[in-house]
Design a protein. Structure first.
Length: 204
């Protein structure tokens, strides 16, 4: 998993509440177990007409938001079913951080495990960030995980909280497998010890 320390880039405004996981990545695209290739279908029904042509009024179909790495949305982002494909699709598109007043619990947890930082800020601050973005047409926003703050506008900052364990995992680029592999030597030692003590358990 790629490390997340300081992220600076285009922030796209998605002024919608209750964006559910079926809106993020519709059910017909859940047949893959690969984490790549889903970005083209992110927000599929909002981005494309039935004939496959782009809807020019959707934010991610407009410059400069096509290159967004941060998404700023309304409350209860990621609600609905618990599909892990939702953060996969966001990440494959290029989104590394979502800022919102609140998130659905399962989506919030899945985001950390897939290298996406979900930032919870007060409604008034999210609205201020959205206003600043719209004024400048996609100004660069900085999300500093080390300092736990968002920098936007002309010198504005907003502090956010994040559980220390999750923060450490993102800073070091550790998903569940990475965390396990940090103890690889101990695991190998244990397996060798068990193989010597109980050889009948060995798998041929």
């Amino acid at each position: 998993m790629e490390k997340f320390t300081v992220l600076t880039g285009i922030a796209a405004p998605l002024k919608m509440r209750n964006v559910d996981t079926d809106m993020i990545i519709p059910k017909q695209f859940l047949r893959t177990i690969k984490r790549t290739g889903l970005g083209k279908n992110l927000f599929n029904d909002m981005r494309y007409h039935e004939d496959g042509s782009e809807k020019t009024d959707f934010v991610l179909n407009r410059a400069p938001y096509r290159d967004a790495v941060i998404l700023v949305a309304g409350e209860n982002f990621g609600c609905g079913s618990s599909r892990e494909h939702a953060p996969w699709a966001l990440l494959d598109f290029g989104i590394r951080c979502v800022i919102a007043p609140s998130f659905a619990d399962i989506f919030y947890n899945n985001s950390f495990k897939n290298g996406i930082l979900p930032v919870v800020l007060e409604q008034s601050i999210v609205e201020d960030i959205l206003q600043q973005i719209e004024k400048t047409g996609g100004e660069n926003v900085t999300v500093d995980l080390e300092k736990r703050q968002v920098l936007y506008g002309e010198g504005k900052t907003a502090a956010f909280e994040v559980e220390e364990f999750r923060r450490t995992c993102l800073l070091q680029g550790l998903d569940d497998i990475g965390l396990t592999l940090k103890n690889e030597e101990d695991i190998q030692t244990y397996e060798q010890q068990i193989a010597a003590e109980k050889p009948w358990l060995a798998v041929s």
